[in-house]
Structures are given as structure tokens and as C-alpha cells.
Ligand binder design. Sequence first.
Ligand SMILES: Nc1ncnc2c1ncn2[C@@H]1O[C@H](COP(=O)(O)OP(=O)(O)OP(=O)(O)O)[C@@H](O)[C@H]1O
Length: 692
Amino acid sequence: MARDRNTGASHYPDGMTGYVMDPHGGPENGSVRAYLLHRAKPHIPPWLGWAATGLVGALGHWRWPDSAAAGVGLTLASVALTGVTWAAGKSTTKQRRLHSAVTVACGSAWVTAACLAGPTAGPVDDLYLMGGPAVALSWNVRVVLRNNIEGTAGGSSDGGLLEKVGLARAQIGAAKVEPNRVTAPLALEPGEQTNDDVAKALARIASALDLPKSAVRYSPDPDSERRGDLVIVPEDMLSEVVEWEGPSNLGGSIADPLNLGRYDDGADLLIWLPGDPDAGRNSTHLLIAGGTGSGKGDTALNVLTEILSRTDVVVWFSDPKAFQDFAPLRAGLDWGVEGGTPTEVMVAGVEAAIPARTRWLGAHGYRQWVPEAAQTQNDPAHSCRGDGRACGCEGMPFLVAWFEEAANTLRALGDDAFTGIAQEARSAGISLVVSLQRPSYDQMSTSTRASLPSVIALGCDPRDEGFSLPETVIDAGAHPGAWGNRRPGYCYVVSPGIDESRYPSPGRTRRFTIRAVPVMERLAAWAQANGAHADPVTAGAVSGVAGRAYTGRTTTDDNDEAQPAVALRAVREEDDEMEHGGLLVDPEDAYIDPEQELPGSEEGDDAPIFGQDTGRKPTPEEARRLFADALAEFEAEGRMVVGPRDFKDWCERHNLSRPWVSGQLKEAYLEGRLEPTNATGRWRIVPALTAA
Ligand SMILES: Nc1ncnc2c1ncn2[C@@H]1O[C@H](COP(=O)(O)OP(=O)(O)OP(=O)(O)O)[C@@H](O)[C@H]1O
């Protein structure tokens, strides 16, 4: 069929008749009578049925007036016919099945009465005149509604939408129509079509409706392979930008939902990090994945501001981008580092905190972290004492360990290590938050990806969709690849606690502008004064591996236990006054093996060594002292993870070789001064000051 661009008229091949609707519903060719006839056609059969019923009733009475045998036969036939109708309607929708059975029952009962008593006797004719049209009209209404739903979905009178998209014979049930959202139950052809077929047809449905792909979604019924809900959201209500004005629940608990923005139907976009034993939900780790310009930075700010506004959580935060986006919030963090070695130390800190926290939670009768765990333990049911009395231990806040642009860190850590940490952290009241520069498998391996159950998937390259979102959610119509960086802040969120039918619905986070900076600074100051401090157990565990690198949040509060840095400084000053060999052994002397030979060293060279480039090799003893000094210096700077490369300049200065340093590092490990890390050739300094 061709269409004249100027007149809008359609030209059919010779001999064909037909019409095409213009967008306003008027006939474009053919007569008005033909159009009306065509429109009326689907509504005529019920009325023909009504007329036929009347005719059968009249003929039956003429044949069997007042016959008792005919009465029995007709009644049985009527019941049988109704039963057959009910049975035959098994494969259709419940509503249609009932409607058909009731229609047949009414019709056959009237025929029986008309045959026996006569079509005009008593109320029989009135029943015919009133009941018949009512039943016929009910079928007309049904057809109209069905057409309307298909019409809403873009179907036109020359073929239903479903037929157009290859789902002929699928049935659409009564649609729920809300402002800007139509939800229509779909029942597919039994044995012929599956929910996968609908998923594959979504793009064609969007095309038929002239809508973007993300406007059409499908939520399969988990209990049926041929049923589900087709959801159409015609207008993009997210196009309006909403600016962040402040946290949603200042002073609340981290167990309360974090409000990150809104869904396309206006509902709040919420996530939960800690688990909820009542809901059978464990705590979760979160991946924030999006391409450049997708609004990942602002989304992270939405998440972080929400977390910092709660009173029972501490945040450890690593940002290789030197807190470019997060600087206004830094004061509210319990521990903030800028990537590289400090991040390695932070990872070691998380690793150390996990068993300590899990033990504490277990000892206090918590199977997972709940808000009560963050309070002072005054409940005998959560006591670590054997005598059943309340223990009064300080509470343990939830811990969020956040790794911005984490690809390098994760690669250095290795898959097994990360998977292990992720698994164990969940029962230790720790959530990991990880953001990636590019959401793809070359940034993060499959198994590491699998250990992050929650994701905020922002716009990305279409090829990376499968990385960001589970296949089922993509099949249901989620397509972050369609946004790229053109829709900043648009996201799909998959996370425990959210109704799964929401997963394919897009949401949008709030935008942060320059106006948000003072509000964020106020929030950080608020968090500094009112937020939680790391509990002694967590702080102790992390200080044990990170030493001075872990400072704890600085406040005006004088709680030394919650501020390991203050405690450490006090210990160090005390140590300086002690003679070597006291309780806290001077690291310079503690690990020297005077018997060990230094490769290539010159015997008997006893020139002074400290602070000078001698241009000669130090004696073995000098070299070991220098090495111990270097470790102490690293520790003092908070560089708690070291490897041969960190000694490059030092080697040059002291005429010592890299292999010698490698050997010395191993030796220091054997002596307990270093611990291996998950990365080959990297060692963690065991803090000398807290080792006691
Ligand atoms: N929810 C939002 N609504 C509207 N605009 C937003 C939203 N989020 C971010 N933007 C805007 O989109 C642009 C890119 O945002 P942002 O810098 O957060 O992206 P990004 O993914 O972090 O990019 P990059 O990785 O390059 O830093 C900014 O101009 C920002 O203001």
C-alpha cells in the first residue's frame, strides 16, 4: 500500500477495498457507511446470538408445547451446554470463561422456559427483551475495552498490536491505567509462546508505539512461563532535573532506606545496605556502574550524603581522584584515603575488621548487624557475659567501605581475595561500595562482579549492559545502553529490598550543583558532631594493621578509644622515653640479625651511615639498621603496605640492591615485622607501636 504524501490518501492495488484511519480517527477513503459498518462488525455477533435464541425458543415451543419429556431433555441439554462451555474455556482468561458460561447458562435456560411455557408466557418475553440485550451489550463492552487497550498500546483497526509484533493469539487482560502508566496482563498461547518471546518483542512493541525502548517493559509472572505484565510508560516523567537539597532522613538509622531520587512513576528510589532479619534479607554490597558523563559522581554523592546523615554508621572511603567530588563531605568520614598505597592499607584494614566484628556480633548474640548492635549493650539477651547479665559493651556501628574508581584496587587484590572479603563482610555488618570508571569486564572480572549483589546501573555503552545488569532485567526491558551519557542520573537499581518488578523501571538520582556544596559541608560537620565513631573493636582491629594510617574521625570529643590516632600518639611519646628493650621494643633494634651477611658488603666498614649518601656499601649491620629505620619511617607516614619498588630511591641512596631489599622484606616477614598481602611482592607493616 502506498500513501500519498500530499493528500494523505491510501492507494490500494486494483480490486482491493479498505480504509486507513488518519491519526484523528476519520476514514481516509471509502464511504462513511462502509466505515461505520466496519466499526460495528465486531459488535454484531452477540445480537445475532440474541435473535437466534429468540427464534429457537419460538420454534421449540411450536415443536414441544407442554411436553414433560422435552422439559427434561432441554434442561439436561442446557446444563450440558453450560458445562461444555466452562470446560472449553479452560485455556482462556478466568473472566472470559465465566462470562461465556453465564451467557450460555442464561441463553439455554431461557430457551428451555420458552420451549415449555411459550416465548410470550408470563415473564418469559420480558426476560428476553431485557436480559438478552443486557447480555449482548456486556459482550460489546468487552470487545470495546479490549480494543481500547490495544488502542492505548497503539493497535489500529487494521491489525492488533500483538499481531504486529509477532505475538498473535496472545491475550491482553483488563489493563490497569494510571497516570502515565498502563499495566496490561498478558496471557500467551499455551505451549506455543513463552515469556522470552515477549522480552524479544519489546523493541518491536516500542517501535509500533513510536516510543523509546525503555518505555516498554515486561514483568514475567514468576509462577508461569506464559503470563506476565506488559508495562507501558508513554511519557518520560524523569526528564525534569531534580536538584539535591539535603538528606532525606537526617539523624535516622542506616537501616532506614536511603532515598536516592525517584522512579518514572514518581515513587521514591530507595535502597537498603544493612540486612533485615525479619525480611530474611542479608546486607548487600553495591556497585555504582556508569560510563563517563552518566552522572555517576552525582549518584555517588546521593548515596554518600544519605549514609552520612545516619547516626549508626561509619564510612571508610578511598578516592584516587583526590576527593575531587567528595571534598565537602570529607570531614564526615571516619577514614578517607586517596588511592594507591593508602587504599591497600584500607583494604587490609577491612580484612582485619571483618573477623573482629563478626566475633563481637556473635558474642553479643547477633546473627547479622541490626541497629540495636550499634547501641550500648544493655539487653541481657545481647550480653557477652557468661552470667546472663547485661554486659554494657559499647555498640558497633555499621561500616561502609567505599572504593571509588576501584578497578585497579580490585585487580591488585585478586578475585579470590575480593570474593572472600565480600562474602565475609556481609555477616560482619560491613557493606562494600564500589564504583567503576567503565562498567565492563575488562575493569572487573565475572566473579568479582558476582560478589556485588546490588547495582545502580547508569547510562553506559550498549555492549556493557550485560555487565551492569542481570540478564533477566535486561530481558524485561532495562536498557542503560540506550542512555549513554545523554541522560545523566538515569539509572536502573537492582538491590535486595526493592520489589523485583521495579528492577526494569528507570529512576533518576538528584543533581548536585555548586549550590549543594555548603549544604554538604554542613552535613559533614553535622556528621562529625553527631555521627557514630568506630567502636573499640573495629578501631582496634584496623589500628593493628594500619597503625597511624588510620586516624578515626577527628572531633572535639575526647574519647581516646574511638580515636586510635590520639591513643597511638600518646603511646609513641611514652615509648620515646623508654629505654630500648622495654615493653615496646624500638623497631630499629628489634629485628636485627647480626649474624646475617649482606650480599656484596664489605667486611669491617664501620663509617657512619645516617642521613648521608656515602657512595659505598654499608656494612651488613648498618644496612639492616637502615632498613629497619626505613620501615619505621614508612610506618610513621602511614604507608603501611610496602614492596621493593618503594625502596627504589632508598636503594640508590644507600648503594643497596633491590634483590637485597626483597630478601630483607622476606626476613622481616619471618620476624613478624611484616605480613604478606594478597598482592605478590607487597607486604603490610605490622605496627610496632600497637604490636604490644
Ligand atoms: N541526576 C542528574 N540530573 C541531571 N543532571 C545530572 C544528574 N547527575 C549528574 N548530572 C549532570 O551530568 C553531568 C555529568 O555528571 P557526573 O560528573 O556526575 O558524571 P560522571 O559519570 O561522574 O562522569 P565522569 O566519570 O566523567 O566523572 C554533570 O554536568 C552533572 O551536573
